[in-house]
Design a protein around this ligand. Sequence first.
Ligand SMILES: Cc1ncc(COP(=O)(O)O)c(C=O)c1O
Length: 194
Amino acid sequence: MELGDRFEVIFLQGGGSLQFLMVPMNFSCPGDQIDYIDTGSWADKAIRAAQNLDRDLKIIASSANLDRTYVPDLSKIPFRPQAQYLHFCSNNTVVLTQFHSFPDIKIPIIVDMSSDFMSKVISTTNLSCIYAHAQKNVGLSGVTVILIRKEMLAKISDNLPEFLDYRRVRLSLSPTCGEVAQQGADRLNTGGQI
Ligand SMILES: Cc1ncc(COP(=O)(O)O)c(C=O)c1O
């Protein structure tokens, strides 16, 4: 995964599920439009978490009509130009469907990669935020990796509690040091890279 210096890399506690709330809290404000794609149970959980916040959330595409046995064509997704971001799950763990590429669209794309992170080479060119829990592909449970394009950090509002703010969370939550170190050691031992 080629990140260069364009992404902030954050290791957090809380699993993939905490990101279902941190993403909308950090990248949108009450009343803002946020667009989601529903392709499986985890995508749906992300939607339901965000629906608890006072946002204008729209499911702009869904494969629920065919038991989520396919993923919609991203190049034809009717995203809203005013939406703060488009969120979807790249690999739908239970139904085994996967998005293979990410289009160049006018709003930021945020992807839950919990079940295919580091499983193949992924181009980050069109992505603004990627999050993934470690336990499926890279390490021990308890660690979540969040990659955020640096310009996205400027969009975060100043009224979030420190422990939920991507810019300040490092100052607040104790990192899961043992797991992160083990993850690094495992990667080095296998010649891989994080
Ligand atoms: C794609 C995806 N996202 C999120 C989650 C939830 O992750 P966690 O159990 O770390 O909260 C899972 C769990 O399997 C998942 O497969």
